[in-house]
Design a protein around this ligand. Structure first.
Ligand SMILES: [Zn+2]
Length: 276
């Protein structure tokens, strides 16, 4: 069994007491039972004065593009129609794409003191002293604002048993390098379609690993490898790598339209396909 003490020792060893952290996690990565389950992992961070942020994406709020809204280079196949739930997202919602996000984000989202950002599809949720300040920056068309805020707090990214393809902040690095994020659609609080900004394909982020040697600190607990990155330096370094070698973010699928469109710079926001 993995004990709370082992989690606590890792926080001490990483020297992140009181720090703001975005957590990407896999409970299964431990390969063993964790004492107290996912809730106790979160609580050990909270007891150490940390502010914990995690992605709590909810793809069920996506709707089809409204008539006439067809951005080019948007990593989107307009011939495919999705089944719409037509539910209205609010920050009180507990809906999450649990299979994709995992049990730790699911658990945090169901804690009563949590704060969720206003983005129907790609919200972040936080808990701890600075959660409100960080999370409240999120807007439908500024999806990664909480991560920029986290950088202002000299925050960290913690990969808990997951790989670089889960590292959402690398999409912010793409934005910093000059790329536009993709446009998707969801209902606003009046039940009307609105545009929401979303990141693209993350699989190619695995290619960046060779550049990250020495940026991260590593600890292994059970079978779970924990990697800690200071968010500010990671973002700046990655943005520059992407500018110099844009193809680096392409995944293994040569036909991936998301990767192709993102590498070309992302959607041409103000030029709609119909006007071309
Ligand atoms: Zn791809």
């Amino acid at each position: 069994m993995i004990t709370k003490k082992q989690i606590n020792d890792a926080i001490k060893k990483f020297n992140i007491k009181g720090k703001c952290i975005i957590l990407h996690s896999s409970l299964k990565s431990f390969g063993d039972v964790v004492e107290g389950g996912p809730l106790s992992i979160i609580n050990v961070f909270i007891d150490n004065g940390c502010t914990l942020i995690t992605p709590t994406f909810s793809y069920e709020f996506l709707i089809n593009p409204p008539e006439g809204k067809k951005y080019s280079r948007n990593g989107y196949d307009y011939s495919v129609k999705i089944t719409e739930n037509r539910e209205i997202f609010t920050t009180n919602s507990d809906c999450i794409s649990k299979n994709e996000m995992g049990i730790i984000p699911y658990t945090m989202l169901h804690m009563k003191e949590r704060i969720r950002g206003y983005h129907p599809v790609c919200s972040f949720t936080g808990i701890g002293p600075f959660a409100s300040e960080i999370i409240k920056t999120q807007k439908p068309m500024d999806v990664f604002a909480p991560l920029r805020e986290l950088a202002l707090f000299n925050g960290y990214i913690l990969l808990l048993g997951v790989n670089l393809n889960k590292l959402t902040a690398l999409h912010l690095a793409e934005q910093m390098a000059g790329r536009n994020m993709f446009i998707r659609w969801a209902l606003n609080t009046d039940g009307l379609p609105m545009e929401v900004e979303c990141g693209g394909c993350s699989e190619g982020f695995l290619n960046l690993d060779i550049f990250f040697n020495g940026i991260d600190k590593k600890i292994t607990i059970g079978k779970s490898l924990w990697r800690l990155f200071p968010i500010g330096s990671l973002l700046k370094k990655t943005a520059r790598i992407i500018q110099i070698t844009p193809q680096i973010t392409h995944c293994h699928d040569i036909k991936c339209i998301k990767c192709a469109d993102m590498i070309a710079g992302g959607p041409e926001k103000y030029r709609e396909m119909s006007n071309k």
